[in-house]
Design a binder for this molecule. Sequence first.
Ligand code: NAD
Ligand code: UDP
Length: 312
Amino acid sequence: MDNPLQVMVTGGAGFLGSHLCDRLLAAGHDVLCVDNFYTSTRRNIVHLLEHPNFELMRHDVTFPLYVEVDRIYNLACPASPIHYQSDPVQTTKTSVHGAINMLGLAKRTGARILQASTSEVYGDPELHPQPESYWGNVNPIGIRSCYDEGKRCAETLFFDYRRQHKLPIKVARIFNTYGPRMLPNDGRVVSNFIVQALQGKDITIYGDGSQTRSFCYVDDLVEGLIRLMESAEEVTGPINLGNPGEFSIRELAEKVVAMTASGSKIVYEPLPQDDPTQRKPDITLARQTLGWEPTITLDEGLKPTMAYFHDL
Ligand code: NAD
Ligand code: UDP
């Protein structure tokens, strides 16, 4: 990126958004962080509040927004199952009305807009690993549907705005990402296991722990998002961003217990409804079009994540 840009990050106070704000400011851009603090606190961005190029706006993206920007990263949406399921109607509104409002803003300003979509659009996939061409296996009426279908509808809106209004869009399908600044009570598996291990509490595996996930460290993911945003106009995605290393949830639990030298014991709890049995990105497209692939292994990424939760 050569010239400083006016960059808006919705969900900018969240886990991924705050790391993205850090990187954009370090590159010399002006950053407008828009967040309603639904699943975050000012703690993630408190170190940026005095930065001359940083502006914080408390705003709910389900309402229209009028600002002047060159780039929009649309990350606003609760991402953890316990949070997105606690008010499912608001989750769908955030994805769908939020997308409509941010796309409308992009249309008026001519800004380039990137959507933080998700591997959840593949649902409980029958194809493994998942390429972008796979249409998914999603339950439209289950407890995860507010998130999965909301994100799928947002993708539809992005591509319809491109076809109908020629908008420069980018859609990233993000796979499970972890790192410092996740909420300790976030409910996602990496933060849950680390916090449980550090507190000497039982490690809660849902189901038998044979379900798999692929875990990407936040720095790798943010690099992928920025490369996608700054890619050639014809590169729209959807494009998978994630780490293809695949681990069972039991393997992750054992790793966390070993690395924290915790006395915690592993316990088994019921598997939530529609919990995907396997998930691993095919990142061929990201490698070819963005020259991107993750560089940080799970063992390497868990260390700073554990240090963060330890310091909390
Ligand atoms: P997060 O919950 O930490 O961040 C989401 C942020 O959006 C929070 O700061 C929250 O307050 C804000 N927000 C929620 N609803 C809002 C609204 N209506 N208006 C304004 N702000 C609102 O989650 P995250 O992990 O940082 O995820 C960021 C984005 O990336 C989300 O869109 C999520 O769906 C997507 N994503 C994340 C992952 C992952 O593993 N972290 C995987 C796939 C997709
Ligand atoms: N999980 C678990 N124990 C926990 C939290 C999550 O076994 O304390 C499991 C969960 O059932 C799922 C996997 O870990 O199979 C990943 O869950 P997470 O909520 O992190 O993300 P997602 O299901 O959206 O991939």
